[in-house]
Each structure stands twice: as C-alpha cells, then as structure tokens.
Design a protein around this ligand. Structure first.
Ligand SMILES: Cc1ncc(COP(=O)(O)O)c(C=O)c1O
Length: 365
C-alpha cells in the first residue's frame, strides 16, 4: 500500500517533545518552547510576529475575529479550498463569496476579484492551493485599491514564495496549519503571522480567553485557541528542517513530472516563473483523452494499493455555505471541473523513484 501521505518524525522531534514534557511545558500558558517556535517560524517566513494556535482552522477563525468584521459583511475566498477557509468567515457572522479558480495554478482567479467586490466587501482570503502561491503582489494592489484586509491561507504553502518572498508575509494576517500531513507538523497546530504589532497583540489576547487585568475580568470575548508547549517543541524541531522537507517535496514532484510528461489526458501541476511551488500534494486533473474517468482512475489505483484523494468540493457547492444569509450563488466552472476531475497522488517525502514510476505506470497503462 502506498499511502497518500506518511508523516516522517525524526529523533530531533522526539527529543524536543521529551524535553518539553520533562520541563513541564504541557499547557499553552508557560515555558519557552512556544515563544521560541513563534520566533523561529516568523524569522523563517521573514515577517515580524507569529502567534501559535491549536490548528489551522482556529488560526483562520482567530484572524477573521481580530479584524472586527460586522455581521453580513462579505469576505472573498478561493472557491477551491478546504472548508476551514469558509468556516472562519461563517463563524464570524460574515458571508463567504467564492472566487473561481485559474485554469493553470488552480488558485483564485485574480481577474475575477474586482467584479465580485461590493460595498459590503471587507476582506479576501486567498488560498495557496497544494503549495503553489497566489500572485500576492498583484492581489495586494487590488486589496489596497479597495481598502480590503488580506488574510492569506497558507495551510498548504509553508516555504512557497512569490519572486523570492514567502507566503505568509504579504497579507495583513496569514494563517498556517501544522496538521499531520502538512509541510511541517505538530500533529495538530497552527500559526498566524503578521507584520503589525497591534494585530499581534490582539491575536495573543483573543487566543487566550482575552485575559487582562484584573485577572478574570474580560472586556473582550476571546477563545482558548492555545497550542501546547510540547507541540511547539515538535514544531521547533520541524521548522529547523523545513528546507530539507521542501527539497524532498520538490524531488517527488519533479519525478512525477518526468514520468507523466506528455501523457495525453493528464494535466500536471504548474509552477509559474515567479513562483516557488512547494508541492504540498501532487495534484493531477484528468480529461477524456485519458480514456477513463477520475473516479475510475481512483478505483484502478486503489486496486493496485495506491491511495489517492480527490480535489476539494468548491465553496459555492457547499450546503453549509449556501445556507448563509446573504450568500450569492456564483458559478465557479473551473473549480467545479477540478473537483470532478482532479485527484492527488501519494506525496510523502520518502517516496522512492521506483514507487513513483509504479504509480505513473498504473495511471497510464
Ligand atoms: C487550505 C486549508 N485551510 C485550512 C486548513 C485547516 O487546517 P487544520 O486541519 O489544521 O485545522 C487546511 C487543512 O487541513 C487547509 O488545507
């Protein structure tokens, strides 16, 4: 069986977690591992502040909450994404407005944004899907023009960059996930990055039940979105290896590219000239020339012990999104096409060339 993803946990992570446990860093309130992980992560991304949280979903929830969005205001979001990106909007009483995908990168189509902006639009959540960055320089110009807040969803894009600048350093607030299958992991975990000190203070306040002085008197309605010390210890060990992990991800992607090159009916992932794609997952989209449908391909691969996953169901088709008061039904033909015809292949960093060749043979014969 070749799993779609297998986490690789080394001795460094185990030693760090043991050390945190021995020091009693078991909660999210004390100790040095959390600030150390936050500082090293911020330094890696190149931004000023990082605030560790319990997962990527709470990172997004906290980021939107910190923006004081009012009930019924609209937030544009990539149509093709994990439901967590839209849930952060819904649970903050705002309205998600899906933006269809680009055919090449599968990220939100920047040319559609201006036509979707209304007087109610307050923010944009661009998602760097499967590790390919959104062209953030272009997106920030549009956001600036309409005075919109930008919250990057970097759950799948740790280390991806646009003209050398990393995702997580363009938006006003930026959210990462450290779930087990992410580029780096703490099992469950997340981070919000920002370059604004007041925003960082607000994130820290809201993350921790909005405790102020006197203790147990609460001006703001906060959350308990804290990460534990031993998760931060694991994250610290992981962030020190991140460039090696990314070069393994890129090695796997380049091998798939080699074996799938010029195969009719298969569209392989894109890497724009201005981008570093970190290939979180190696996604392909099939078309009729392949001779079998996506679902038939999934079954064929599964019969040979190869695990795959389909692409995300787009936000415009999600019942829980459609039920939001004020939701506007927007067609997203590209996002719908990749949801119906896209799948991602095994993408663990320890895949061998033989395994990758075996997967590609199974696809094409
Ligand atoms: C694009 C995207 N956003 C948000 C999340 C949510 O992160 P988490 O699973 O850590 O809550 C994920 C993945 O899980 C994701 O892929």
């Amino acid at each position: 069986m070749i799993p779609v993803f297998e986490p690789i946990i080394g001795k460094e992570e185990m030693d760090a977690v043991m050390d945190a446990l021995q020091k009693g860093e078991i909660s999210g309130s004390f100790g040095s591992y959390i600030p150390n992980f936050e500082n090293e992560f911020a330094k890696y991304i190149g931004c000023k502040y990082a605030v560790a949280v319990s997962n990527g979903t709470t990172a997004l929830h906290l980021a939107v909450a910190a923006c004081d969005i009012k009930q019924g205001e609209e937030i544009l979001v990539s149509a093709s994404t994990n439901i967590a990106s839209a849930l952060a909007i819904i649970h903050n009483n705002a309205v998600p407005i899906p933006v269809d995908s680009e055919p090449e990168t599968w990220n939100l189509n920047l040319d559609l944004i201006e036509s979707l902006i209304t007087s109610k639009t307050r923010a944009i959540i661009p998602v760097h899907l499967f590790g390919h960055p959104v062209q953030m320089e272009k997106l920030m110009v549009i956001a600036e023009k309409y005075k919109l807040i930008v919250i990057e969803d970097c759950a799948e894009s740790h280390g991806a960059s646009v003209n050398g600048k990393m995702t997580g350093n363009f938006g006003h607030l930026n959210c990462f996930s450290f779930y087990a299958n992410k580029i780096i992991t703490t099992g469950e975990g997340g981070m919000v990055t920002t370059n604004d000190e007041l925003t960082a203070d607000k994130l820290r306040l809201l993350r921790n039940l909005a405790f102020t002085k006197p203790r147990f008197f609460h001006e703001e309605a906060g959350f308990n979105f804290r990460m534990t010390g031993y998760q931060a210890a694991m994250g610290l060990a992981q962030v020190r290896k991140i460039e090696n992990i990314i070069s393994d991800k890129r090695r796997v992607a380049h091998l798939y590219n080699k074996y799938l090159a010029n195969k009719p009916g298969i569209k392989t992932p894109f890497e724009a000239v201005w981008a570093r794609n970190v290939y979180w997952m190696y996604g392909i989209v099939v078309d009729p020339e392949l001779g079998i449908t996506r679902n038939e391909l999934v079954r064929k691969l599964s019969d040979q012990g190869i695990e795959t996953r389909t692409f995300f169901c787009p936000m415009n088709l999600q019942p829980c999104v459609q039920r939001v008061k004020g939701f506007r039904q927007i067609d997203c033909p590209i996002a719908e096409n990749i949801w119906e015809n896209g799948l991602y292949l095994p993408s663990s960093t320890n895949l061998t060339e033989d395994q990758i060749a075996f997967v590609c043979d199974a696809i094409t014969y």
